[in-house]
Ligand binder design. Structure first.
Ligand SMILES: NC(=O)c1ccc[n+]([C@@H]2O[C@H](COP(=O)([O-])OP(=O)(O)OC[C@H]3O[C@@H](n4cnc5c(N)ncnc54)[C@H](O)[C@@H]3O)[C@@H](O)[C@H]2O)c1
Length: 390
């Protein structure tokens, strides 16, 4: 009999619904929900498993730990609650799988690393691409030196989001909530992954990402009802001097753009989203300058919530999942540095409000064209006449 892993779920009505549904629907052997922390009053009406298995619901992890213990706490609460909740869970003897970002500051993340050492428990961060088996195979190949040294990395990923998205909770698009930095934006939230994965792939070990030496960025805001920016171009440089370009937005006229990525190495290039004649191929493909091709799409990616299964496995074996707190730090470094850069309000002539399917989207005209050009040529929007007189 496998060791029963007792799980505490924190936040089950947003993204966290994925975990409770996975456990309910997949009937994962050897996993039991020991308790739930949630503030939505009717949560027991939402998931039948709660009544079927008599799962207790608490308002805070402190209340839960007065009566229970958990081997793994899964944190899917608002960003600004992560730090304190993770501390409580570690101090009460749980390992933690937290949704990204791990917390709201690099300083906080380093303190969490220290607390992991003190408690002997792990924190695993929920950037799901890091757990995907094709990505891990690609990283192994990068680390083995097969492609030579990294030369430059770039990615483009934008998803249109409107008023409904920003109205779903009290912190979407906010810079701070109750004096705590949230820095919610497409870069810190919905489109975080394509940037974070570049720093992860550049890491010098499987469980490390490459930290940043410098971050330049142009944050733009179209939606006047939102505090933070909703489009951004980023040009960073890692501590091992690899330039990293990233373009992301919610203020897009089209429904989505990308993801596309190009990672250039001394001996060839890794593409994601390259069009080989039948539309963009949403897989990583390495094309060596000597004609070698490796299609990572042929590797089975694993489970949709592989991060959860890896955390369960790590609890059982006493190992640590691959996406450590350190793997979350370069993204957090960029978020913190960008927060110091003034946001450019997009002038009226460049804006277009679109009304579709009961939603309103505050978009920037020609953003797709500009970001595609900037991505292709590795330029910042201001240097190609973006937002000049219209
Ligand atoms: N990995 C991904 O692809 C992905 C996608 C979306 C969101 N996320 C992450 O998931 C986290 C949650 O995002 P969301 O959009 O679901 O947020 P949300 O605010 O919509 O939902 C958060 C949940 O936490 C609950 N909650 C609020 N305060 C609480 C408290 N004090 N104690 C316990 N529960 C509380 C809310 O009721 C809600 O159920 C964020 O860290 C976000 O970045 C990850």
């Amino acid at each position: 009999m496998k060791q029963m892993v007792r799980v505490l779920l924190l936040g089950v009505c947003g993204y966290g619904s994925n975990y409770i549904k996975e456990i309910s629907e997949r009937d994962t052997p050897g996993v039991r929900i020991e308790g739930i922390c949630e503030v939505v009053p009717n949560v027991a009406d939402l998931y039948p498993i709660i009544r079927e298995q008599n799962i207790p619901i608490y308002k805070s992890p402190e209340e839960f730990y007065r009566e229970h213990q958990a081997d793994l706490a899964v944190v899917s609460t608002p960003i600004h609650l992560h730090y304190q909740q993770i501390v409580t869970c570690l101090q009460n003897g749980s390992n933690v799988l937290t949704e990204k970002p791990v917390c709201t500051s690099v300083q906080g993340a380093r303190k969490l690393e220290e607390l992991e050492r003190q408690t002997g428990k792990f924190i695993s961060v929920g950037y799901q691409l890091n757990y995907s088996r094709d990505v891990l195979a690609l990283k192994q190949d990068i680390l083995s030196g097969k492609f030579g040294k990294p030369v430059s990395m770039k990615a483009l990923h934008a998803m249109r989001r409107g008023d409904k998205y920003y109205a779903r909770n009290g912190w979407a698009g906010r810079i701070a909530v109750n004096n705590c930095a949230v820095n919610d934006s497409p870069f810190n939230n919905a489109c975080a992954h394509q940037f974070q994965i570049m720093t992860f792939l550049l890491g010098d070990r499987m469980d490390r990402a490459m930290e940043l030496a410098r971050v330049e960025a142009e944050p733009y805001k179209a939606n006047r009802h939102v505090e933070n920016f909703d489009a951004i171009a980023i040009h960073a440089e890692t501590v091992n001097r690899v330039p990293v370009w990233y373009f992301t937005a919610h203020a897009l006229q089209e429904k989505k753009l990308g993801p596309v990525a190009e990672y250039r190495f001394e001996k060839g290039t890794v593409y994601f989203g390259r069009d080989y004649g039948s539309g963009p191929k949403a897989e990583y493909v390495y094309e060596g300058d000597d004609g070698t091709v490796t299609d990572y799409g042929k590797i089975a990616k694993g489970e949709r919530l592989q991060k959860f299964y890896d955390a369960i496995q790590a609890v059982r074996t006493g190992s640590r999942p691959v996406c450590t707190v350190q793997c979350a730090i370069p993204h957090l470094e960029a978020v913190e540095q960008i927060a110091r850069i003034p946001i450019v309000q997009v002038p009226e002539p460049w804006m277009q409000d679109l009304h579709e399917e009961d939603d309103t989207f505050h978009t920037i005209k020609d953003l797709q064209k500009t970001f595609t050009w900037c991505y292709t040529h590795q330029e910042m929007p201001s240097s190609v006449g973006f937002l000049d007189e219209k």
